[in-house]
Design a protein around this ligand. Structure first.
Ligand SMILES: [Zn+2]
Ligand SMILES: [Zn+2]
Length: 126
């Protein structure tokens, strides 16, 4: 009795893993496709004010223009945000940012550090 139950569990788990891999693979492909469409819809380029215009797709991700965007509660980031953007018809409340600008803004109080660094350099030069 005990053995067979363990067997069941073993095979159940095996089946689950096999299926999960397949499901993961499929959703990964799907998410990549959505992401591609998303990058395309938002110009395939970092839209940060610093003008970095990074166009390496792997560096780009969607960002909420407004920090207090209520949509942020629905979809914050990652594949759920790409899906959300597609569903909403690529809303203008979102934009593409490269990871540098995105992270930089986060740590620099919402302003791309490239902007503040450039400004302080200019001040020094003058
Ligand atoms: Zn950028
Ligand atoms: Zn920037």
């Amino acid at each position: 009795m005990r053995v067979s139950r363990e067997d069941d569990r073993y095979y159940g788990r095996k089946y689950y893993h096999k299926n999960r891999d397949k499901l993961l693979e499929r959703s990964k492909e799907y998410n990549l496709k959505i992401r591609e469409q998303c990058l395309e819809a938002y110009g395939n380029m970092c839209s940060c004010e610093c003008g970095c215009r990074e166009d390496e797709p792997h560096f780009l991700s969607l960002d909420h223009l407004n920090k207090d965007d209520p949509d942020k509660k629905v979809a914050r980031s990652g594949s759920s945000l790409y899906l959300f953007a597609k569903k909403m018809g690529w809303p203008s409340t979102l934009r593409l940012l490269c990871h540098n600008c995105n992270q930089g803004r986060y740590y620099n109080g919402g302003i791309c550090p490239r902007l503040t660094t450039k400004n302080s350099q200019k001040i020094e030069e003058n």
